[in-house]
Ligand binder design. Structure first.
Ligand code: ADP
Ligand code: MG
Length: 554
């Protein structure tokens, strides 16, 4: 039976899975085998997964998924194209999700989880190295006003002195599987240090696929390949909440006599609100003592928060619904503030400054946010020209070069180049401007949140629009091409079937002291699997490119 991809991404035509697939699973597999006569993920799954669905079976499965997702909060606010304006804010719909968990190599999954605490440590160390970050910012700020403004917030607070030394990271390291002759390996796509999302929905997605494996897949006529799935548990929501909890507890009681709280800074019109709510509920139900959690739009910071006129500069939050209640904010968790859109005017920068100079533990601080720049990832991955050592010196600066843990991180790096005038940068410039060579690369600015990168042919076109002196604000990264897989994606009520690409994210939580360097909490915190059509470059779920998925280990 031919698979037909019914593209249903109504909200944004640029992200249509713009092909109508006429491939069967076995055709995809044959194509893959022809291309590479060696071990592939498809051969690992023996070509019969996921099972082919008869129309009536698909209908049943879709109904079950639609109901389960809504019943368990695996949901998002619907896009306006689906729900109109929903002025009452009452509608929720299923998050896009695969009908089956995707096969993922067990060794890769375990390695990604095992190295997360080392990655946490690395990014805590980078956040503490102001000199290193100064260099990184210098490289890119000329062509990047947003980064320059962020840096300026840090400089202003530094001048008067930080009052809070604790910093919290809720991180996510993203990978794709890379296949070479001998083995399957994880290669890092990026490391997120701000607003690492989907930890809330990811736990629910793992539970959904477990439910289907137990109650639905056995009912399928060709169920054999979907029996005995290896579905690991996924405590991402609880894991991330435990990080917030550690920071809340470390802050201690208010010396001003207020109750303490955690403040989630959010974007106005956020559609991914239930993901955040799952974290909130996991946090409020964790531990014996109560943790009040409030959501505050980033644009309302200056309206509803003030700093105490004390040398400690406690951040005080007045509850808009009952202004007689004033809370001292122990932890500020940013699910906003990662892109220029949240800073429409100087007042928004003053708001960020107010948070940064306060006594609240910031998740993240400006320095930790900047540690997540793609430039940092590039410098960690690019070997220094004068350096014959196999460990890039920037990584050696933070981790003992010969230590096993350093070598394990190193294995996850893929080729990333600067676009400056160093000899590595000049080489990258020749790759990026060549119409043939550029096909293997993605060019990235210092941005988060999806939709900002330039892929393949778009790279020379984009460079032609930018003055050459600003090219160094970008990095050039080799495109990772994971093995072909097939799956079905349920999005806005429609099923899209065809080739897919999976991206694994591993969450990590870390609480450290910026001045002493002491790490007080360092945990791996569950995982995310995002899956997209194999003709789509971007993979963000919130941005509309990908969907939620979970792994079945192979
Ligand atoms: P953002 O910060 O906007 O999320 P990413 O670097 O994660 O930016 O890129 C967005 C998406 O583009 C990724 O989720 C992935 O699907 C794709 N992508 C990015 N870099 C690569 C790469 N080197 N190889 C393959 N795909 C990539
Ligand atoms: Mg990303």
């Amino acid at each position: 039976m031919p698979f037909t991809l019914v593209s249903s991404l109504i909200s944004d035509p640029s992200i249509y899975l713009h092909q109508v697939f006429q491939l069967t699973t076995s055709q995809i597999i044959k194509k893959e085998k022809k291309k590479k006569k060696r071990t592939t993920m498809s051969s690992i799954t023996q070509g019969s997964y996921p099972p082919l669905l008869q129309d009536a079976e698909k209908e049943r499965l879709v109904q079950v998924v639609k109901d389960w997702t809504v019943a368990h909060g695996l949901t998002v606010r619907p896009p306006p194209a689906i729900a109109g304006n929903d002025t009452e804010g009452i509608l929720a719909t299923s998050a896009p999700v695969t009908l089956f968990p995707s096969p993922f190599p067990k060794s890769c999954f375990e390695e990604a989880k095992a190295i997360q605490t080392t990655y946490n440590e690395l990014y805590a160390l980078i956040s503490q190295d102001e000199e290193f970050l100064t260099e990184m910012v210098k490289e890119v700020a000329g062509g990047d006003e947003f980064i320059a403004n962020l840096w300026n917030v840090h400089l202003r607070v530094k001048k008067e002195g930080y009052v809070q030394n604790l910093a919290l990271g809720l991180f996510r390291s993203d990978y794709m599987v890379h296949q070479d002759d001998a083995s399957l390996q994880i290669k890092q796509v990026e490391f997120n240090t701000i607003a690492s999302s989907f930890g809330g929905l990811s736990t629910q997605t793992s539970l959904l696929h477990k439910h289907l494996a137990q109650h639905e897949y056995p009912l399928l006529s060709s169920s054999s390949s979907a029996s005995n799935l290896d579905l690991p548990s996924n405590d991402s929501a609880a894991g991330l909440a435990a990080g917030l909890r550690a920071a809340f507890d470390a802050y201690g009681p208010s010396t001003l006599g207020h109750p303490t709280c955690v403040l989630f800074l959010t974007q106005t019109g956020e559609r991914n609100v239930f993901d955040q709510r799952h974290l909130e509920y996991a946090l409020t139900s964790s531990g014996p003592n109560k943790v009040p959690v409030f959501r505050l739009p980033f644009s309302d910071i200056l309206t509803h928060t003030t700093l105490a006129s004390t040398p400690t500069r406690q951040l005080l939050y007045t509850l808009p619904s009952n202004p007689s209640l004033v809370f001292e904010v122990a932890v500020v968790y940013l699910r906003a503030g990662y892109g220029p859109g949240d800073y429409p005017d100087q007042e928004a920068w003053e708001a960020r400054y107010q948070i940064e100079r306060s006594n609240a533990v910031c998740c993240p601080t400006v320095l930790t946010q900047l540690a997540g720049m793609k430039k940092v990832q590039q410098v960690l991955a690019t070997p220094e020209e004068s350096n014959s050592n196999s460990v890039p010196s920037a990584l050696a600066k933070f981790m003992p070069p010969t230590a096993e843990k350093t070598q394990r991180l190193l294995k996850t790096f893929t080729n990333i180049y600067p676009l400056d005038t160093s000899s590595s940068g000049l080489h990258a410039r020749s790759l990026a401007t060549s119409p043939t060579q550029c096909q293997k690369y993605v060019m990235k600015p210092q941005r988060e949140g999806g939709g900002n990168n330039f892929y393949r042919s778009a790279i020379p076109e984009q460079l032609a629009k930018i003055p050459e002196e600003h090219w160094n604000s970008f990095i050039l990264m080799e495109i990772i091409e994971p093995p072909a897989l097939a799956n079905s994606i349920l999005r806005n009520g429609k099923v899209e079937v065809g080739g897919v690409i999976c991206e694994l994210g591993v969450y990590g939580t870390c609480l450290w002291d910026q001045s002493s360097g002491e790490i007080k909490f360092n945990e791996e915190a569950g995982y995310l699997l995002r899956t997209k059509g194999d003709k789509s470059e971007e993979g963000g779920v919130a941005a509309g490119y990908g969907c939620m998925d979970s792994v079945t280990l192979v």
